[in-house]
Design a protein around this ligand. Structure first.
Ligand SMILES: Nc1nc2c(ncn2[C@@H]2O[C@H](COP(=O)(O)OP(=O)(O)OP(=O)(O)O)[C@@H](O)[C@H]2O)c(=O)[nH]1
Ligand SMILES: [Mg+2]
Length: 644
């Protein structure tokens, strides 16, 4: 045993430092098993330790300008390089035609590799032409390589001398170009291939249009939602200091402004914009409010005061982004990225699948409810329509009912009169006739009824004839009162028609009064039925109108339920598509994820075995303790990487 091994602390330190060695070995093996083109861009050749940064965002937001800044191209060279990279494209139009990888050239020439091997151009004009031809080929769909076009920028345009510091390789992805489907699909394919393995992904957007952070609008190929794995992303806003409000804010700050304040402002704006970020994605250190480009430089030159305030802030934020990029390229970060992308993202995607399934169930439930609601409301509308029609049919009978009521009012008393003809000659018979008639009239009065058609008009309602019996009694009483009082003054109850005309007069008067009573009773009945008729008329009108409005309201409900059904059906189809897309991605990713997991498992088991063997072979109790503790540590690390 050598002297170093005798020191237990040293043994422990070594074991501790190597607690993740197995995982890094697994990562190396995993990367080596990737397809050669992908590997070439990640760890291949001379660029093995160069950070690989993907830049993604809408067109004309400053992506290319940003990446030239980050590659540390000399300020004085930037305008010229931008010009070349535009490939004779007018200003203001989408400049970068396809996915481009920018590197530092090994010499002072431009190199261009569009899939058929590098071509060297030793002056800007020639390179510019070559890019113009490339764009042409792109638009004619002749560019078939599924690797990014590699552009190597002459080494003498960089700030640092060749060979010093870290070179950064940049993948410039045209963000949106919806007019060209072939182009979009081409970029999407490349993004799916390279973005997951980039050391860092910069989401770039203008500070005055934060929609680029919305996962629904972003649709970043390769990683649908940047919030799944926020630590792989940095958010860069361009034009961050152009808005008047920011300038005013910067001018009124005391002392030298701190970038933290501008980050907070940016986050406030994101909140105002209504984007709900998960707490991990909202951490300020992931946000980089920046500004650059010629017009910005021109503004700083004009306004020295403002420049003195904000230029240091921009410089500091840019330096921080630089440091972040450099830090992202070490093996530990790359390993973490691989874990994130294959384990964390997968877990998030699974959560996404669950969410989509739950959404589908909810939408299906709502759809069933909307369908049931539609059935109920259409049935209700039909019933209301029937009710309105029935009320209108009754109203259409009004003339018939009025004629009928006039007939109802006439009470036929011929038979009652004829009964007077046969009366015996005694006042008792006349009195008897009077009360019999009164009885008969009451019954006849109460029995007055229009025909069936008119009856139907009245429905369940009818006038209160019983309530009129008192009035009817009075009619009869009044009619017979003078006769009665006269007859009560007779000396004898018997008439003597041969001697007196009283019998003939009294019976004649009795007949007249019977007729008069019948006529008055008829009028009374007519008045009551007419009153009821008016009431009923209004009632039927109200009924018809109410049924009409009910029908209209239910029709409206049914119509909105149809629209709701349509929107739910669309939502269902959309969610089903999302779910299919997620499942397809999950299936594709699961091959890689599984391979990564298996490699991790293998390396872990190998390391564990080696440490157990070392434990068995150890003769020093202190060494044994160190190894034992390191085994526990190993298990702990494994659990952290891949909790099961
Ligand atoms: N004022 C100002 N101008 C900027 C800023 N960023 C970019 N620009 C200018 O905006 C124009 C477009 O910038 P590019 O870097 O070509 O934009 P891009 O996102 O690469 O555009 P595409 O390649 O078309 O997708 C250039 O003229 C830049 O100088 C910024 O932060 N502030
Ligand atoms: Mg560009």
């Amino acid at each position: 045993m050598n002297a170093v091994m005798d020191r237990p602390g040293t043994r422990w330190n070594g074991l501790y430092a190597d607690r993740l060695g197995w995982a890094y070995r697994a990562y190396q093996r995993f990367v080596m098993a990737l397809s050669p083109e992908v590997r070439e861009h990640l760890v291949g050749g001379d660029g093995a330790n160069e950070p690989y940064v993907a830049v993604y965002g809408k067109t004309q937001v400053g992506k290319t300008t940003l990446l030239l800044e980050l590659m540390e191209v000399r300020d004085s060279a930037q305008a010229g390089i931008s010009e070349v990279l535009r490939g004779r494209r007018d200003y203001g139009r989408s400049a970068t035609a396809t996915a481009m990888e920018y590197r530092r050239s090994p010499d002072n020439d431009w190199h261009l590799d569009a899939g058929a091997g590098p071509v060297v151009y030793n002056d800007d004009e020639a390179m510019c032409d070559a890019l113009c031809v490339l764009r042409q080929a792109m638009s004619e769909r002749k560019l078939l390589s599924d690797a990014p076009v590699v552009v190597s920028i002459p080494s003498d345009r960089f700030q640092r001398p060749a060979g010093s510091g870290t070179n950064v390789r940049m993948l410039d992805l045209p963000g949106d170009n919806p007019t060209d489907e072939v182009e979009r699909a081409h970029v999407a394919r490349m993004a799916e291939r390279y973005v997951p393995h980039a050391d860092l992904i910069l989401l770039v957007g203008r500070a005055d249009d934060l929609s680029f952070l919305d996962p629904a609008a972003l649709a970043l190929p390769g990683i649908e939602d940047w919030q799944y794995v926020p630590n792989r992303f940095r958010i860069v806003t361009t034009y961050s200091f152009t808005p008047q409000s920011v300038q005013q804010y910067a001018r009124q700050l005391d002392g030298s402004p701190d970038p933290a304040r501008f980050r907070e402002r940016l986050l406030d704006q994101i909140d105002t914009f209504g984007l709900a970020l998960v707490p991990e994605a909202r951490e300020p250190h992931r946000f980089f409010p920046l500004e650059f480009g010629q017009s910005w430089q021109a503004m700083l030159d004009v306004d020295q005061d403002f420049a003195a305030r904000v230029a240091p802030v921009v410089a500091q934020v840019r330096a921080e982004l630089h440091a972040d990029i450099r830090a992202s390229a070490n093996e530990a970060s790359r390993f973490r990225n691989a874990c994130d992308i294959h384990i964390v993202a997968r877990r998030q995607q699974e959560a996404g699948v669950k969410l989509a399934q739950a959404t589908m169930e909810r939408v299906a439930r709502e759809l069933a409810q909307a369908k049931a609601g539609y059935r109920v409301s259409t049935k209700g509308a039909q019933e209301a329509e029937k009710r309105a029609a029935a009320a209108r049919a009754r109203l259409a009978e009004r003339e018939h009912v009025e004629t009928m009521l006039a007939q109802v009012a006439s009470i036929n008393v011929d038979e009652q009169i004829s009964l007077v003809d046969g009366l015996g000659t005694n006042t008792a018979y006349l009195y008897g006739r009077m009360s019999d008639f009164e009885e008969w009239l009451r019954k006849a009065f109460l029995a007055l009824e229009p025909d069936d058609k008119a009856r139907a008009f009245f429905g369940q309602s009818s006038p209160d004839m019983l309530g009129q019996v008192i009035a009817l009694n009075r009619i009869v009483e009044d009619a017979f009162s003078s006769m009665r009082s006269r007859m009560s003054s007779y000396w004898r109850a018997e008439y003597y028609p041969s001697m007196s005309s009283s019998f003939a007069e009294d019976t004649s008067e009795l007949r007249d009064e019977i007729r008069a009573c019948a006529s008055r009773a008829g009028k009374l009945a007519h008045k009551d039925w007419t009153k009821q008729f008016t009431l009923r008329l209004a009632q039927l009108q109200t009924e018809a109108n109410a049924a009409d409005s009910e029908r209209a309201a239910l029709d409206q409900v049914a119509k909105s339920l149809v629209e709701q059904q349509q929107s739910l059906t669309n939502q269902l189809a959309q969610t089903r598509n999302d779910l299919d897309a997620l499942n397809t991605r999950l299936n594709q990713d699961s091959v890689l994820a599984q391979r990564f997991r298996t490699t991790l498992d293998q390396e872990y088991v190998t390391e564990l075995r080696a440490r157990r063997a070392a434990l068995a072979a150890s003769t020093s109790p202190l060494d044994s303790l160190s190894i034992l503790l390191s085994i526990a540590l190993l298990q702990e690390e494994r659990r952290k990487i891949q909790p099961t």
